[in-house]
Ligand binder design. Structure first.
Ligand code: CIR
Length: 253
């Protein structure tokens, strides 16, 4: 059974970090309902849902993707680029151990956010962003290259994380909203999508993706490519520069 790691939103979600967006009101009750709906998608499709312990004092803790990256049966505990987020790792470490994942750790002065790491086949695209520094990227290389992954560095200046601008379809095509991507030519196969919130997809299986309901034209585009597209409303997380990918880590890969 495939497994997915999630963490429920903190009551302090509205205090989360913002880099490229202006702060607007976040409805914590709606966020909690949207999160439950998101988790239900996995549950209803037979995924085992593993919850990291709540971290109510960590406003951005729900964005669990940033704290840990899984490469096959290897996991890498990140060191957040934003100091306010460093406390999230404590509980994620415990959850990774409980899930039986052998763990490597990014250490100071390195910083690496999971949102900057996109795996496509055996290629690991890593965003050099405001959150992920050169030392973090060097440590990532040292962990994954011996295990047969190729690391490719990608400049990220227009969005928070690499995966705020691009993600990948089940066939490996990288999709992105061109105005948010520094250089689409760096990806072997790139498909431009028509909406900002259409850039993020979570691959549920070889023919199914999960994406935001706030990108109907992108949904149609992906449907026309033969994919089943499941949509969820994640508006409260999008207000905090989050998206569907940030809310989970899949452990089956
Ligand atoms: C932050 O700025 O860190 C959070 N408010 C949003 C993190 C979103 N995570 C992601 O794109 N992987």
């Amino acid at each position: 059974m495939p497994r997915v790691l999630v963490r429920r939103p903190s009551p302090r979600l509205a205090d989360g970090e913002l880099t490229h967006l202006d702060r607007v009101a976040v409805d914590p009750d709606l966020a909690a309902r949207q999160w439950a709906g998101y988790v239900d998608v996995f549950r209803s499709r037979g995924w085992e849902v593993l919850e990291v312990d709540p971290a109510d004092d960590q406003p951005d803790g729900v964005f669990v993707e940033d704290a840990i990256i899984v490469f096959g049966d290897l996991a890498l505990l990140c060191r957040a680029g934003a100091e306010s987020r460093r406390g999230e790792a404590v509980t994620v470490r415990v959850a990774a151990a409980a899930a039986g994942l052998p763990l490597s750790t990014i250490t100071a002065p390195g910083t690496l956010d999971g949102g900057d790491v996109l795996k496509v086949g055996r290629t690991v695209f890593v965003g050099a962003s405001s959150r992920t520094n050169a030392d973090g990227i060097a440590q990532l290389r040292a962990v994954v290259e011996p295990a047969g992954w190729e690391v490719v560095e990608i400049p990220v200046s227009r969005v928070l994380h690499l995966k705020s601008g691009v993600t990948a379809l089940p066939d490996g095509t990288v999709i992105g909203f061109a105005p948010l991507v520094d250089d689409p030519a760096l990806f072997p196969e790139f498909l431009a999508v028509p909406e900002e919130h259409g850039t993020a997809v979570v691959v549920l299986d070889e023919r199914t993706v999960l994406m935001s309901s706030d990108a109907p034209r992108t949904r149609d585009l992906l449907h026309d490519r033969g994919l089943e597209v499941v949509t969820v409303d994640v508006s409260e997380f999008e207000k905090l520069e989050g998206c569907v990918t940030c809310l989970s880590v899949r452990l089956r890969e």
